[in-house]
Write a protein that binds this ligand. Structure first.
Ligand code: MD6
Ligand code: FE
Length: 225
C-alpha cells in the first residue's frame, strides 16, 4: 500500500455502515496538519496519560481531552469532569477547527447542528488496542459520536447493540471519519491491536479525536457508574 496514493481528496467518499452510521473516507485529509498541530497544543497543556480502569488495569491507549469536559477513568469509575485530574485546572479549550470539523462531519452524515462539549484525544502506538465497549457515560443520548482517524491506519471493530456479538472489521485510514448516532448510538466498538507502521505526519502513532456531547450541566461532572 502506498500512503501517498490514498491520501488524496479525490478519494473522499461516504459509505453507510448501518442505519445511523457512516464512514466518511478521506473527509479531513486537508485539515489533518492543522488538526495534528492543535492536538500537540492541547497535549502541551494537558499531556497524554494512561488512565486506569475501575478494575485497576492501565489502559494501553494514552488519552487527553479538550472542551468543557474531559472523559476520565480511575478506580472510582468512568466519568466526565470539567478539570484535568493531573493539574486540577480546566481542560484546554476546544480549538475552533475541532468544532468546525465535527459539525461538518456530523452534518454530512445526517446530524445537523452538532455542538460537542468534549473532544477526547487518543494516542495509539504499536501493540495498543481498545476492547469493544459502548459509549454510555453521556447524558445526551441523541447527539451522534464523531470519530476522526489520523496517522497510522487501524482496524475499527464495529459491533452490535449487545456485548459479545460478531464485529465487522473496518479499516480506518488517515483522514477518515466515522459518525454514529440514532439507532447506532450505542453500538459496541473498539480498535484492533495497532500494527507497526510509519506515517509521514505522526510516525508510529495513530491519533483519534472523538467528539461527543455529554449533555452535562454540572461543572463538577457526574458520579461514577
Ligand atoms: C477510537 N475510541 O480510538 C475510538 N471510547 O477510534 C473510543 O471509542 C473510546 O477511546 C470511549 C472512551 C475512550 C475511547
Ligand atoms: Fe468509544
Amino acid at each position: 500500500m502506498d500512503l501517498f496514493d490514498i491520501e488524496t481528496t479525490d478519494d473522499a467518499w461516504s459509505e453507510q455502515l448501518d442505519e445511523g452510521s457512516f464512514h466518511l473516507h478521506g473527509f479531513v485529509v486537508e485539515e489533518a496538519d492543522n488538526l495534528l498541530e492543535q492536538v500537540a497544543n492541547v497535549a502541551e497543556e494537558s499531556p497524554f496519560r494512561h488512565l486506569v480502569t475501575p478494575g485497576g488495569k492501565r489502559m494501553s491507549v494514552a488519552m487527553t481531552n479538550c472542551g468543557e469536559y474531559g472523559w476520565v477513568s480511575d478506580r472510582r469509575g468512568y466519568r466526565y469532569q470539567s478539570t484535568d485530574p493531573l493539574s486540577g485546572r480546566k481542560w484546554p479549550e476546544m480549538p475552533t477547527i475541532f468544532r468546525e470539523t465535527a459539525l461538518k462531519a456530523a452534518e454530512s452524515a445526517g446530524y445537523p447542528g452538532f455542538t460537542p462539549d468534549v473532544a477526547l484525544i487518543n494516542e495509539y502506538r504499536p501493540g495498543t488496542r481498545l476492547t469493544p465497549h459502548q459509549d454510555k457515560d453521556e447524558q445526551d443520548r441523541t447527539s451522534p459520536i464523531v470519530s476522526i482517524s489520523l496517522g497510522v491506519p487501524a482496524v475499527f471493530l464495529w459491533g452490535g447493540l449487545q456485548r459479545g456479538g460478531r464485529n465487522r472489521r473496518i479499516p480506518v485510514r488517515h483522514g477518515d471519519v466515522l459518525v454514529w448516532g440514532g439507532p447506532d448510538r450505542f453500538r459496541f466498538h473498539g480498535i484492533a491491536t495497532l500494527k507497526e507502521y510509519l506515517h509521514p505526519l505522526t510516525g508510529d502513532r495513530r491519533i483519534n479525536i472523538t467528539f461527543r456531547r455529554t449533555g452535562l450541566v454540572d461543572t463538577q461532572g457526574v458520579a461514577p457508574h
